[in-house]
Design a protein around this ligand. Structure first.
Ligand SMILES: Nc1nc(=O)c2c([nH]1)NC[C@@H]1CN(c3ccc(C(=O)N[C@@H](CCC(=O)O)C(=O)O)cc3)C=[N+]21
Ligand SMILES: [Mg+2]
Length: 297
């Protein structure tokens, strides 16, 4: 049996960030200022703190300005909404990302709605979701757009391919389905209530797993030669050595015998998410400055 290819998302993301950095330099030359990204973190979740630190470092490495706001978990929703209003009004800031999940006393939908759609680099605002769904220019959620970039790099034209997305979140599953549809795929959106999910997944030329359940998608579910994108990031304790590890939503070792290509976890979709966030910030900066482009991104 042949073994599939492991897609190097980390390397692809590094290339994309280098391309963004070139675009940032060109923007700064034209606009006379750097693009700016504001990241808001509420509370002290250790994993979120690591991501926020990485985002800040990569933002600066791409030549942009990074603004970080760390707020206590006890902050009131009103205070958080006030901060977002300030960031909306701040001309130096092109992108606003409020790290999710938020503490239970804060309504996430209200926070997402408060971000100006023009600065919504997560693409979570209903205006951007609606624009994406109706084929209009939009800021597109970072993780799904990163997945599309990896798929087009691997497969070229996606027209006519059968795509099955497992998971129906607003952040990944639904926008992923919209993007695949826009690439002329035949799209199925499967989820926890889907009957006989194994045979539904077995139809797919493209499988995107975004359910948040460790190794849920089994190797035998995969049609021979399919391409698999694993969005999951699940922290598990290894039963053999007792160490903490990160695994995806796909049983990768099993799947490798079936796939044409598959993204690993870590080193697959995760790094793409941050690279696309920087790309979206540059796109937002261009739009806000009334400039076309950026070219090739
Ligand atoms: N408003 C908002 N926007 C987000 O985009 C957002 C968010 N909230 N909340 C949390 C999730 C998670 N997320 C990740 C980004 C990068 C990696 C990443 O770079 N992962 C690496 C390292 C993984 C590791 O070692 O922990 C990898 O997969 O190789 C992972 C996860 C963005 N998120
Ligand atoms: Mg909440």
């Amino acid at each position: 049996m042949t073994i599939g290819k492991i897609i190097d998302g980390k390397a692809f993301a590094a290339g994309l960030r280098a391309q963004v950095a070139e675009g940032v330099a060109a923007f700064a030359a034209q606009a006379g200022r750097k693009p700016g990204l504001a990241v808001v973190l509420v509370g002290e979740d250790p994993a979120s703190s690591v991501y926020v630190r990485n985002k800040g470092r990569m933002t600066v490495e791409a030549g942009m300005e990074s603004f970080e706001f760390k707020l206590p978990a006890t902050i009131g929703e009103d205070e958080l909404l006030d901060l977002i209003e300030e960031l909306n009004a701040d001309e130096r800031i092109d992108g606003i990302l409020c790290q999710l999940p938020l503490p239970g006393h804060i309504d996430e939908a209200s926070v997402i709605a408060a971000v100006s759609p023009d600065k919504d680099v997560d693409g979570f605002h209903v205006v951007n979701a609606g624009r994406l769904a109706t084929g209009q220019e939009a800021l597109v959620p970072c993780t799904p757009l990163g997945c599309i970039m990896l798929l087009k790099d691997e497969l070229g034209d996606l027209s006519g391919l059968e795509a099955v997305v497992v998971g129906r979140s607003n952040i990944v599953g639904k926008p992923m389905a919209q993007l695949l549809l826009a690439e002329n795929c035949t799209v199925t959106l499967a989820h926890s209530r889907t009957r006989d999910i194994a045979s539904v997944v077995h139809r797919a030329d493209i499988v995107v797993a975004a359910v948040g359940r460790a190794e849920m998608v089994k190797g035998e579910w995969i049609k021979p030669g399919a391409t698999v994108i694993d969005v999951g990031i699940n922290r598990v304790v290894d039963t053999e050595d007792g160490k903490a590890r990160i695994v995806g939503d796909v049983a990768t070792a099993e799947a490798l015998a079936h796939v044409r290509a598959i993204t690993p976890v870590p080193g697959g979709v995760g790094p793409m998410t941050i690279a696309v966030l920087l790309r979206n910030t540059l796109v937002a900066a261009h739009a806000r400055a009334g400039l076309p482009g950026p070219e090739g991104l």
